[in-house]
Write a protein that binds this ligand. Structure first.
Ligand SMILES: NC(=O)c1ccc[n+]([C@@H]2O[C@H](COP(=O)([O-])OP(=O)(O)OC[C@H]3O[C@@H](n4cnc5c(N)ncnc54)[C@H](OP(=O)(O)O)[C@@H]3O)[C@@H](O)[C@H]2O)c1
Length: 290
């Protein structure tokens, strides 16, 4: 199996590099190695390396900054995936891409399924949705994994922010009316690798498409933070602060976020036998997040 991973220094990219061992010819590139917004560079690298799979872990993920940085957000989240899809199609490779719960408005009661109507609220979500559509226009051989609330030992994320803030403050106000499934970057990487292995064994056109994959149990940001503090305290990292749940309107941000990011992950389980992961296990090693 020959795998090209883009954005290898991100949270998920880093885990892919750690996990893609064994019988794999891996080319992992960071932004300096391949800027996915540069069509010529993408075409040249893909035609030179000729991977069976391209995993796009590169993205513009600064949700608030995207509100002022629309051009760059679309370049990275839409044009880049489009160029990768075109290049993948030209050598009959499969593209695996990661998308987001932010393609939805969050106004639905209950869990989001893959075929629910999209309705992103901000530039980041709109640019990610545009990327999904661009991929589907350029190739049939794609897997898009929609995930949510990503955290890992490597890179910037909510877990690290909470640990840092709790060392600076004794009380914290945290949003308690947005709900979702925190997802460990290592579990996203494992899911992608499992999909590649299964596609290698059994290619069936009906398996391509969009899949939800996020962690369980579903919680609010505030509930997520409380588990983080409990684990960190248990591991002697900090003394848990007093936490107050606040409403979204009490914590205004440039980008509006979906109130409901809870996803139904039964499709990926039926197609690939991949179960949603319990994010609480990934916090058992909380010392590694400091
Ligand atoms: N983080 C979340 O909570 C979350 C939630 C739902 C979905 N997702 C999706 O999950 C995927 C992985 O997210 P993540 O948290 O691992 O992201 P991340 O940590 O922000 O990593 C993204 C990587 O992409 C690189 N990159 C940016 N522009 C690039 C370009 N033009 N060419 C090549 N590389 C470029 C970045 O490099 P630099 O560091 O040099 O900028 C960074 O290493 C993304 O598709 C994201 O949209 C994330």
């Amino acid at each position: 199996m020959r795998v090209l991973v883009t954005g290898c220094n991100g949270q998920v990219g880093h885990c892919l590099v750690q996990q893609l061992t064994g019988n794999v010819e891996l080319l992992a590139v960071d932004r300096a190695g391949l800027d996915i917004t540069n069509q010529g560079e993408v075409e040249a690298l893909v035609s030179r390396f000729k991977p069976n799979f391209i995993v796009n872990a590169a993205a513009y993920t600064a949700v608030d900054k995207a509100e002022e940085g629309e051009v760059l957000a679309y370049a990275v989240n839409c044009d880049g995936p489009k160029f990768l899809a075109e290049s993948a199609a030209s050598i009959d490779a499969t593209l695996l891409h990661i998308s987001t719960d932010y393609v939805f408005s969050g106004n639905k009661d209950g869990l989001y399924s893959e075929d629910d109507v999209t309705g992103p609220l901000g530039v980041y979500g709109k640019s990610k949705l545009a990327g999904e559509l661009a991929i589907a226009e350029k190739t049939d051989k794609y897997i898009i994994l929609r995930t949510a609330w990503v955290f890992g030992e490597h890179g910037h994320n909510f877990v690290k922010t909470m640990i840092r803030l709790s060392k600076e403050r004794e009380t914290l106000n945290i949003v308690g009316d947005q709900f979702g499934g925190p997802t460990y970057a290592g579990d996203i990487s494992s899911a992608l690798i499992s999909i590649m292995n299964q596609l290698l064994m059994h290619t069936d056109a009906s398996r391509y498409g969009i899949y939800n994959f996020s962690g369980v149990p579903h919680v609010s940001w505030c509930e997520f933070a409380e588990v983080i503090f409990r684990e960190a305290e248990k591991n002697g990292l900090l003394e848990a602060p007093d936490v107050t749940a606040i409403t979204t309107d009490m914590y205004p941000t440039p980008a509006v976020r979906p109130a409901n990011s809870k996803m139904n992950c039964s499709k990926i389980e039926s197609a690939f036998n991949i179960k949603p992961s319990d994010w609480r296990f990934a916090l058992k090693n909380i010392n590694k997040y400091v």
